[in-house]
Every structure is written in C-alpha cells, then in structure tokens.
Design a binder for this molecule. Structure first.
Ligand code: SF4
Ligand code: SF4
Length: 425
C-alpha cells in the first residue's frame, strides 16, 4: 500500500532506555478544571475541604467532558481562576498535600460485565487521550457506527518523546489486557498496534505478549513524521481515508493512544482514576533527561529541578514535542493530563522570513496533499470561501510544511489562526 508523505526528523530519543521514576509527592498541586477537549468541569469541592487521592474534585453534566480527581491527599487551599497555556481561563483547584497520599476510601475496581457498565466506568475514570489531544475516552469508546478495526497509536513520531515507548516496555500486560477488554465490549473483531520501527524493544515485547492472539497484529511502521497523526495512521494501516468532516468511526475505525490503553486496564483493576501523568523531560537545557511519573497538577518547575534543568539558559519551553507541542510561558504551570513531555531548549533564534519562492516543497511534503502556501495567502486575505475550497479544515497542524520551507514562512502558525478564523464565522 502507498504510504502518505512526511518528513524524516532527527529522533533524539535520548530517554528511550530511562525507566519511569515516580517522584515524591509535591507540597502543592494546582489542578485545572479543563484538561480535555469539550466542556470544562466545575469544582466539586469547597475551600478547606479534606480530600483523598482519587476523589472527584471537578465534574460536568455535559457528555463531552471528563471528570477530574484529586492527585494528592490534603486540604483544598484555593479555588482560583487559572490562565491556561493557550491564553484562555478556567477554574483550578489547589490542594496542599499532607504528604500521605491516602487513597479515597470508596475506590474499588468498577463493575464491568456489560457494555453499559464498561462505558459508565470509563466515564468515571476521568480518562482522556494521553497522546496530547485530550479527547474524552468515554466519548470515543461510544461510537454510533459499527467498528471493524481498533488501532492503537504507538507511533510516537515526535523527536525527544519516549513516554509511550517506555509504557510499552513496562506495561505490556496492561496494554494487551486493555485491548482485549475494549474489543470485547465494543465487539471489534481486529486490532492493529502501529509502532514506528525505531522502537525494536517495544515491538518485541508487545509481539511476545500478544503472540497467542490472532486478532491483534503489531504493525512496524517507517519512522516518518507525522506517522502518529490519526488520519495518517489510519490510511497507512488500513488504506481507509477519513474524509473532511468525518470522524474515524465513520470509516469503521477507533484510534486509541497506547498509554491511554495502559491506564484503562490499571483503572479497571484498582478503581484509581487518572490522577498521575508519566512524561519525558528532555532538551539541551536539561542535565538529566528522564522519564518521570508525577501527580497531575505538579509544578513543571519542580519536575525540571529534578531533571537538573539550567533554568537561566532556557529560551524555549515546550509542552509536548518540538513539532506540535505548545510553547509554555512559565515554569510554574502545572503538569496536566495531556502533558506527555516537557522540553527545555537553549536556542530560540527567530528565523528570517523571506518571500515565497514558489519552490513547491511545502506542497510535496504535506501528508494530506494540501496547498500550504495558497492557504497562507487565503488567510492573509481572510477569504473564507477560498480557505474552504482549499480544505483548510483537514489541516492537522503537523508543521511539515513550515519545517521544509526555505523561506521560513510561518505556515503552520498561519494555518492555526486560519482554523480559528473559520470556526468564528
Ligand atoms: S501543517 Fe497542514 S498544510 Fe502543513 S503539512 Fe501539515 S497538514 Fe499539510
Ligand atoms: S516551501 Fe516555502 S518557499 Fe516553497 S512554495 Fe512553500 S511557502 Fe513558498
């Protein structure tokens, strides 16, 4: 089958051999009520209330949302307005830890003998897509259409990040158990685990773990960015094309991040909701690149201190990978459910932008065969009709076009603004 275009990047997977280290609980956590796509939660606790690990502290009546739970035991010391990395505001709950990490007394493995019980439990778990998008898992696992293929996104194609790779090496039993559970309750006949072939240990471990199961196939993929983008992964594995305006389920496919799958199985065994986050800390300002596990809401500054960050040298702080991650304006933001990495980099030279020389490289490299340069021009004119005819809404903001542009045109930044512009109208 023909594979979609993309680019080859230096992988810099410096932490592939670094097992997760669980850091001591912080003195305080700040937990935003919006760490997912959809409706933010409302705080479900009061000031000075005592809470335990796993107790629900934020919820919403809206279906398209995900509950939020205390990540440390202690006292609620503030309920505050919180400015997120994208500049918008939500409520946040600050908990001062008692250092005991006492689990909530009512937690137990949830009942799970019917599809309804399974979905209700997933909803109570607070699970969201841990690959970075934060799509509520109970919504994704409740499609209208019959699903033929479960695809596990284990590509992890961004440079530096190894948290999914480590999860595959350390939690293979949970991943395969979770796949079987999802296939059983959603009546899905076949599963593919898509892994880039630069992760040989993960491929070997998962292959051994799933070898007696004919319905699960590990698919090694070339390490070409953006292999892990949902539409790219679906096409490269099944040949199916998710059309403009469609969801993967419209093509009979569900794509789940591999770390989300590992979390779900642990939750079904213990009843502990999503209260911690495993992430990669790397970049050339980091003295000790590592993979760590911390309570959600831990200050990024504390995590960077553990990784021996040279704070004075940091010119660029990124939540996620260098291609699609978000710039972080402060070291004092909290680790959220969707943080799979924090990168601290010493250089942020503004590129000199020149006029487009019509070389066509951006068009050649786009996995979806879009016209990045025409899209940039249409947005400059605020020409909505033209943006629609150029299929702007298909753009995945992968950044391949910006990466190859010899004129350093800020194409992906323009596409991001153009997508917001189209939603506003
Ligand atoms: S950012 Fe959009 S236009 Fe640019 S290569 Fe990616 S999908 Fe194509
Ligand atoms: S890669 Fe840059 S210079 Fe070349 S056509 Fe695209 S926008 Fe123009």
């Amino acid at each position: 089958m023909r594979k979609l275009n993309g680019i080859r990047l230096a992988h810099a997977k410096n932490t592939a051999g670094s097992a997760f280290i669980t850091l001591p609980p912080p003195q305080k956590v700040l937990i935003p009520m919006s760490m997912h796509m959809g409706v933010p939660c409302e705080p479900a606790v009061k000031l000075r209330q005592q809470v335990s690990v796993g107790e629900c502290i934020g919820t919403s009546d809206a279906f398209f949302s995900a509950d939020i739970h205390a990540s440390v035991s202690g006292t609620v010391t503030a309920i505050t307005d919180y400015r997120m990395a994208n500049g918008s505001f939500c409520k946040a709950v600050e908990i001062t830890s008692d250092g005991l990490m006492t689990p909530y007394a009512e937690l137990k493995a949830p009942p799970c003998s019917t599809r309804e019980e399974f979905l209700a439990a997933v909803r109570r778990s607070g699970a969201v897509g841990l690959g970075g998008a934060g799509f509520p898992t109970h919504v994704k696992l409740n499609p209208k259409n019959k699903i033929e293929f479960l695809i596990i996104n284990a590509a992890e194609c961004e440079p530096y990040i190894t948290s999914d790779d480590r999860t595959m090496q350390e939690k293979q039993t949970e991943i395969i158990g979770s796949i079987r559970r999802v296939m059983r309750f959603l009546d899905i006949p076949e599963c593919f685990i898509g892994v880039e072939n630069n992760k040989p240990d993960a491929i070997r471990i998962l292959t051994e773990c799933a070898e007696k199961d004919d319905s699960i196939t590990i698919v090694p993929l070339p390490p070409v960015y953006p292999q892990g983008a949902e539409k790219v992964l679906i096409y490269n594995i099944t040949g199916r094309i998710v059309q403009e305006g469609q969801l993967p389920s419209d093509q009979g496919v569900i794509v789940m991040n591999v770390s989300t799958m590992a979390f779900l199985e642990e939750y079904f065994r213990t009843g502990m909701p999503l209260v911690s986050r495993s992430l990669t800390i790397d970049g050339d300002a980091i003295g000790k690149p590592c993979n760590v596990t911390v309570p959600v809401g831990t200050s990024i500054r504390e995590v960077l201190e553990y990784a021996q960050c040279r704070f004075e040298d940091v010119r660029r702080l990124i939540g996620g990978g260098p291609m699609m991650g978000a710039g972080l304006p402060s070291f004092d933001l909290p680790v959220t459910k969707t943080n799979n990495a924090v990168l601290a980099l010493t250089s942020d030279k503004p590129a000199v932008t020149t006029a487009c020389i019509r070389c066509g490289r951006c068009v050649n490299v786009c996995p979806l065969k879009l016209m990045p340069t025409a899209m940039e021009q249409a947005y400059r004119r605020r020409d909505k009709a033209e943006l629609e005819s150029l299929h702007m809404s298909l753009c995945m903001l992968c950044g391949c076009c910006s990466y190859v542009c010899p004129a350093n045109r800020p194409l992906v930044e323009s596409h991001r603004l153009a997508r917001d512009f189209m939603r506003q109208k």
